[in-house]
Design a protein around this ligand. Structure first.
Ligand code: ZN
Length: 291
């Protein structure tokens, strides 16, 4: 082998290794047949029972393929149910990997409607529901509940009763700030929905992003949302501009949340925009508009 060729081969190999996308899938055991599936920033849960598996958000084709193989290799049970948390593609694409005559796909009716309307490239749900639905698998019960608008369309909570574990995607985040300008969020709806799920009997919370938490962590997240909403509303009522509100809000008790510095101004801007548009404060005659 020519030395120069040898070096070039080594360099090529080095670059290939360097440029190969790092797959960072993980499976973490939770409790009593429940597992968390992690795909980089996204998370879902799945349940393994003697009667089969229940999979929640499949994320995307690559992640779902990896997950399906892992379930086959580690547990060797058929996937009985695939449950979508809501309508957004970054959580529910890749479901075709689990498509099988014996697998039932479930979503809230508003998520299903949106999947159909936008021709989303995933498996159309076989079963939809309006308010809530109780699923049983093995000795497990999973309660799916719609709490009204909060994020996207038809976003539900999933309560794994035996494990006292609640899974919610996007509208509750533990250990991190809500996403940037709160795109697609209904802020009042998030507050209402979070208040409702706090009445549930659960000890562990798993979100579609960020950390696993306790019921207390969820309550603290709700406190952040409420204070953010109320401080921005007060600022808007006082005729302050979004820049003035960004400078005056005080939410420093939450400065341990990841991305606090970078995303607090964006969170403020997101709430301000909802107040101006959805609440119609932008054209209310009794609210003085910023100069
Ligand atoms: Zn998300």
């Amino acid at each position: 082998m020519q030395p120069r060729f040898f070096h070039r081969s080594l360099l090529t190999l080095f670059l290939v290794v360097l440029c190969a996308p790092a797959l960072s899938y993980e499976i973490e055991p939770l409790d009593d047949g429940l597992y968390r599936f992690v795909d980089d920033r996204h998370r879902s849960v799945f349940l393994i029972t003697e009667d089969g598996a229940l999979v929640t958000d499949p994320m995307n084709t690559k992640a779902a393929t990896w997950l399906k193989n892992q379930i086959k290799q580690r547990f060797n049970v058929p996937v009985k149910y695939v449950v979508y948390s809501h309508n957004h593609s970054d959580h529910i694409y890749g479901a075709e990997v689990f498509n099988h005559p014996d697998t039932v796909f479930i979503a809230h009716q508003l998520a299903a409607q949106d999947i159909h309307n936008t021709s989303a490239n995933t498996v159309a749900p076989d079963i939809t529901f309006e308010n809530d639905m109780l699923l049983t698998l093995g000795t497990n019960t999973v309660r799916l509940t719609y709490h009204g608008p909060n994020d996207g369309r038809g976003s539900i909570s999933m309560l794994f009763e035996q494990q006292q574990l609640l899974f919610v995607v996007d509208w509750i985040v533990i250990g991190r700030m809500p996403w940037q300008k709160l795109w697609s969020y209904d802020i009042q709806g998030m507050i209402n929905s979070t208040q409702e799920i706090l009445k549930y009997d659960f000890t562990t919370f798993v979100g579609g992003h960020a950390d696993i938490g306790s019921k207390q962590d969820v309550a603290r997240y709700l406190s952040y949302l409420k204070q953010l909403y109320s401080q921005v509303t007060q600022g808007a009522l006082a005729g302050k501009s979004v820049t003035e509100i960004q400078a005056s809000v005080d939410l420093s008790e939450f400065d341990d949340f990841a991305n606090y510095e970078a995303w607090l101004p964006l969170n403020v801007e997101g709430v301000y925009e909802r107040l101006m548009e959805e609440s119609g404060m932008g054209w209310r005659p009794d609210v003085s508009q910023p100069k």
